[in-house]
Write a protein that binds this ligand. Structure first.
Ligand SMILES: [Mg+2]
Length: 129
């Protein structure tokens, strides 16, 4: 399966298990991946490599620079706003989902998720955008 050989996805989460699982699944589906575990590093990677990044899988709850701040930076900058953003959220945080949508998030995935769910959702976001 290599229908997306040119798409690069940045995975940002402060939980290493989530990053590792997500990275593995995306690579198996022939996506290129970049990973980091905080918002500050995410902003640096986006600044350096925005032209090659198609999608960011972004945790909202991180110490330091929050996912919401990263989302705001992406969607308010003409150079970055082509990048799709899917938020990793926790089910009980309905206000975050609403706020994320208002700020231009392209979708969200509720934790915990399976590899299959993740991949199907990522593929569907690419198909509909
Ligand atoms: Mg987190």
């Amino acid at each position: 399966m290599d229908k997306n050989p040119s798409k690069t996805i940045l995975v940002v989460d402060d939980e290493p298990d989530i990053v590792n699982l997500t990275d593995k699944i995306l690579k198996l589906a022939s996506y290129n991946t970049l990973t980091c575990n905080n918002g500050k590093e995410a902003l640096k990677i986006i600044e350096d490599r925005y032209s090659e990044i198609s999608l960011v899988l972004l945790d909202l709850m991180m110490p330091g620079v929050s996912g919401m701040e990263v989302l705001r930076t992406i969607k308010s900058n003409d150079m970055f706003k082509h990048i799709l953003v899917i938020l990793f959220t926790v089910k009980s945080f309905k206000e975050d989902i609403q706020k994320g949508k208002e700020m231009g998030a392209d979708g969200y995935i509720t934790k915990p998720f399976s590899g299959k769910q993740l991949l199907e959702y990522v593929n569907s976001v690419f198909e509909t955008h």
